[in-house]
Design a protein around this ligand. Structure first.
Ligand code: MTE
Length: 414
């Protein structure tokens, strides 16, 4: 089944009350939806978690201010800190998106349970060594939060949206190494009846606005699970850090970051469609431009671009500067990037430094010779291999996902 048909199908099933999985009835989902809408109205957003409430981000690795901007339980990469780094984002500056707090788990005691009606027999258990003894594959892929760029709905378009006000730093690219999820599922006894696969994290349960949403979990179709998904235990050649999912996490290339569940403790393999708050209440598009029940669950990331520069960075007038940045898309590789330094009056092609590759990004550069001192705005507009170009305006949605418009990056000419 195509991804699009799958999405349509699940949405119809959900709306007609066929939602199954952990007793998540349609009535309960509707209650959660209205709780989430209440949160939105109160301006609490979907990023507010327990650790943040206590004034701590709940992240283990150091978060120096030159590398990160801390937002509640999350840490956003500062784009200026990527200048001069290679293709892969160094782990010391890779963004962290936590619904609650990083759990510190001992790989030696960790167990992964694979269970459910989509298996031929009983549940199967894997230790860390079992996982590492399966054939290892290495894959370079971007990981990005669906809410990346959310703050620009308000600052560029005047839209009211809820959630963590990321700029563009909720994205990174890493070299992931691990077992294929397909090998794990087959070793567990995957049956032909299986339709959905739902990994669940071992981090604390997520509560917001008095509603307990349970552990982070999100289903995906078995076809995607068997395609290019990894159960990764290494990132850029080192074991995963606690913040990025140690001992093991999913890496679901091209899809919304929420699909890449960290600290996986169990995976349900179901012979019926599965639903969780993360594909019903969150990570769908709601609002006046969408159907009353919301869009289908979000899967592929949109096209985006960012400059490797700080907001408000100073550039000397009358001199040449090399501007650098990166563009990426869940819909394919990036085949073209245009840059404007005169508020969109004229555009020139940036030089691409990487070949277009699905699931990856391209680094690019261009030359700028500003003349007059004063405020200026840098704009970059990418086109992917599917032919999608970043628009000048994003269609808003209540939870502020998928901001794909060209960002106007403010700088100063001095
Ligand atoms: N998995 C668990 N268990 N808990 C989480 O809070 N956050 C998700 C995903 N997996 C999350 C999770 C989201 S929204 C994103 S964008 C990515 O992890 C972020 O991965 P990172 O923190 O390694 O950058």
């Amino acid at each position: 089944m195509s991804e699009r048909a799958y999405d349509r199908d699940r949405l119809r099933q959900f709306l007609s009350g066929e939602a199954a999985g952990e007793g998540l009835s349609r009535r309960r989902v509707l209650r959660m939806l209205s709780a989430a809408a209440g949160l939105a109205a109160a301006g609490a957003g979907i990023g507010a978690g327990t650790a943040a409430a206590a004034g701590r981000p709940g992240i283990v690795k150091p978060l120096p201010a030159e590398l990160f901007t801390v937002r509640d339980t999350n840490a956003e990469t500062n784009w200026a800190a990527l200048r001069g780094t290679g293709y892969h984002t160094p782990v010391d500056r890779f963004f962290v998106r936590n619904h609650t707090a990083t759990p510190v788990l001992d790989p030696a005691r960790w167990r992964l349970t694979v269970w459910g009606g989509g298996l031929r027999g009983r549940a199967a258990e894997f230790s860390y060594d079992d996982l590492r003894s399966l054939p290892a594959v290495t894959s370079s892929a971007c990981l990005e939060c669906a809410g990346n760029g959310r703050s620009y709905y308000a600052s560029q378009q005047g839209d009211r949206v809820t959630g963590t006000p990321w700029t563009l730093g909720a994205v990174g690219a890493a070299r992931w190494r691990g077992a294929r999820l397909s090998d794990v599922l087959r070793a567990a006894g995957l049956s032909r009846r299986a339709v959905d696969v739902m990994p669940r994290g071992l981090d604390p349960v997520y509560t917001a606005g008095g509603t307990d949403y349970g552990h982070v979990r999100r289903p995906m179709p078995v076809a995607k699970a068997l395609d290019d998904v990894l159960l990764a235990y290494e990132m850029n050649g080192r074991p995963l850090l606690p913040d990025h999912g140690c001992p093991a996490r999913l890496v679901v290339p091209s899809w919304v970051g929420i699909a890449s569940v960290k600290w996986v403790g169990d995976i349900e393999v179901s012979d019926r469609p599965l639903f969780s708050p993360w594909n019903t209440v969150f990570y769908r598009l709601f609002g006046s431009s969408y159907p009353p029940g919301g869009s289908a669950p979000l899967t592929r990331q949109p096209v985006r671009s960012a400059f490797e520069a700080a907001p408000g960075e100073a550039f000397a007038a009358g001199r040449g500067h090399r501007l650098t940045g990166r563009s990426w898309s869940g819909g394919g590789g990036i085949r073209r990037v245009e840059v404007s330094t005169d508020d969109g009056a004229s555009w020139r092609e940036a030089r691409l430094h990487d070949a277009p590759r699905p699931g990856g990004w391209v680094r690019w550069s261009t030359h700028w010779h500003p003349q007059e001192p004063g405020p200026a705005r840098l704009m970059a507009r990418a086109t992917d291999t599917a032919g999608t170009t970043q628009p000048s305006r994003s269609v808003p949605n209540d939870q502020g996902f998928f901001f794909d418009a060209v960002v106007r990056h403010p700088v100063r000419v001095v």
